[in-house]
Unconditional design. Sequence first.
Length: 292
Amino acid sequence: MAQGREPRPGGALVFELDGLEVSGVSVGGVASCVDLPGLKVCVDLGVILDRTVARDVVLITHAHADHLGSLVQHVAQRGLRGLPAATYVVPPGIEEDVEALLHVWRRLDGGELAAKIHPLPPGEALRLRPDLQVRPFATAHRVPSQGYFFERVGKRLADSLTDASREEIRALREAGETVHQVVHEPLLAITGDTSIDGLRNHPEVMAAPRLIVEATFLDSRVTAESAARFGHIHLDELAALADQLTCRHLLINHVSARHGPSEARRLVAERLPAELAARTQVMVSRIRPSAD
Ligand SMILES: [Zn+2]
């Protein structure tokens, strides 16, 4: 099983999933922030990572403090660096409370703290670049929550014209007809905090080429039933879904602080079917001193 490279300054672990860099800090209940430099977005702000201050778009999975607690630092540091207000995408329904938080911070701070809070419902696409979009998908946590699904947007010759000659296609184009169709190529999905239902209900998420999934509990100290009650995933539930987890790369994050890095990797190797374990990496940050 591959391991993340040495931590970047600030403690972020770095992974490469089929040419796409994923770096971040993630410990369940403590702090999560996942940066996707190739897509120029980051997901959640439980902690500030230096590079993520430059991200113009931040996707928030839910408002628990270990995912949103450093929002104001992101906003403030962008102001200090002269960067424009970033867009913070949030699950619909929490936008007013997030605005209220920033309102209080502005009063306390005396600064502008400019931010655009953007509720985006599941299924609706946000275009990040001409060739890249993200769509939220509904997850199942204890508060409003959603995961995010990234797709490359491209064009190819319309299916109806695959047998047409170049002259026919040119004639159609000159006549103002559309000769292309838009295609969406899945790139990566990230769940944020969720019980197993938030994953099981979305076959396209389980089949994404790269999947970042939370697994807070890894062994029998917490049962799968308890994990579901807390709105989290147990490693054994991922093992049970192995046949449907057809992603090429699985990256587990949000592991409970009770598991150190080497223990987490051992449990993943032991408890997932070997074929799935071979495609799986684990992001376990050392935020607290631990025995291993
Ligand atoms: Zn949470």
